[in-house]
Design a protein around this ligand. Structure first.
Ligand SMILES: *Cc1c(COP(=O)(O)O)cnc(C)c1O
Length: 357
């Protein structure tokens, strides 16, 4: 029996995608081999790889001035790849809005003159700072933000005017709502939230930024290496890329990112409305900065939180435990979470409230 999996990542994938992969798991399109067994330089794998990349371009409206790369190491490796590739003058500004952006900032500090422009750590990362052009230094290589803060449930709902190339970690919101790629110089995302199983990382980078990497930049981390070889410099994670390709096909069939955004907004609105109208549950995030992907909430006590998580699991609503840094509960409602899953969660929340008030 399938459960509703509210995990922040790895997270749910559409059932149809899993079933399609399952059907061909031992014999992909008559090749007599599993995709897991295919040579990454062979005729059978090649179309999978290229279709994955071209569907990403199509779904996100990415023009030819950008390279679309499929790399390894997760979003965390991008924390260092970004400065190693983009620090030309040696200066960048960071806005810290959660644990992941703090890690990205710390990693970058090893490689140049990195300034912390603003942080919402003072308020437990419950808001997105309002930053304007004057907050950023002139003459910097780039500005880094974390678009959606997976652990704390906040999202940038505006694009900062920073006067420099904008780099965004979109791991937990990629393709959840329409994003204008042209506003960014570089977007990266670990796949295991909204795209694919863990193992592949998507990088979308403006071509004119490539080729200026620091001398110490490892060959494997150079975007120019991966761009030149169509992300086949070394063995790519063929299986996650295959599932990602199937998921991109599925997303296209469902109406693409605009259709997904509509459903995602409905799901999030339902859950936030319920929480806001309840005297039992609380979401501590500044309402205008709320994420539509990750919804953290608490009950009146830590004891009740623990009871909630346990009983929810028994009811087929799993992985609702909040991150250890945030506590309480967190419902991650990515693209693959159906509306019915959110409704089932709200029904359970009502029942739990009645029984424990
Ligand atoms: C999950 C996540 C990461 C870390 O991703 P890995 O692929 O595990 O390295 C980084 N940033 C954000 C916003 C995330 O949600």
């Amino acid at each position: 029996m399938r459960v509703y999996n509210f995990s922040a990542g790895p997270s749910m994938l559409p059932l149809e995608v899993l079933q399609e992969a399952g059907k061909q798991i031992t014999d992909y399109e008559g090749s007599g081999m599993s995709v897991m067994e295919l040579s990454h330089r062979g005729k059978v794998y090649e179309p999978i790889h290229n279709e994955c990349i071209s569907l990403v371009r199509e779904l996100m409206n990415i023009d030819d001035t950008y390279d679309v790369l499929l790399v390894q190491g997760g979003a965390s490796t991008q924390f260092e790849a970004v400065p190693l590739n983009l620090l030309k003058k040696g200066r960048a500004d960071y806005v810290v809005t959660g644990n992941f952006s703090k890690k990205a900032y710390k990693e970058a500090c090893k490689y140049g003159d990195i300034r912390l422009v603003a942080s919402s750590e003072d308020a437990g990362y419950t808001y997105i700072p309002k930053v304007t052009r004057k907050d950023f230094r002139d003459d910097i290589d780039y500005v880094h933000i974390t678009e959606n803060n997976t652990i704390f449930g906040t999202k940038w709902h505006y694009t900062p005017d920073c006067g420099a190339p904008l780099v965004s970690d979109m791991s937990s919101c990629i393709m959840s709502e329409v994003a204008d790629v042209n506003k960014y110089a570089l977007i990266y995302a670990g796949a295991q939230k909204n795209l694919a199983p863990a193992g592949v990382t998507l990088v979308i980078v403006k071509k004119d930024l490539l080729g200026n990497e620091m001398a110490i930049c490892p060959t494997m981390l150079k975007y120019s290496t991966q761009a030149k070889d169509n992300s086949l410099y070394n063995t790519p994670p063929c299986w996650p890329i295959y599932i990602m390709m199937l998921n991109m096909r599925y997303l296209k069939k469902m109406g693409g990112v605009p259709a997904m955004e509509k459903i995602n907004r409905e799901k999030a609105a339902m859950l936030y409305d319920f929480i806001d109208n309840s005297s039992f549950y609380t979401n501590k995030v500044n309402p205008e900065d709320r994420s539509i992907m990750n919804v953290p909430f608490v009950s009146p006590s830590a004891e009740l939180d623990a009871k909630f998580i346990k009983e929810a699991e028994a009811a087929g609503l799993v992985s609702l435990k909040g991150h250890r840094l945030a506590g309480g509960m967190r419902a991650s409602i990515y693209n693959a979470m159906p509306v019915e899953g959110v409704k089932a969660l709200i029904d359970f929340m009502k029942k739990f409230e009645t029984e424990n008030k």
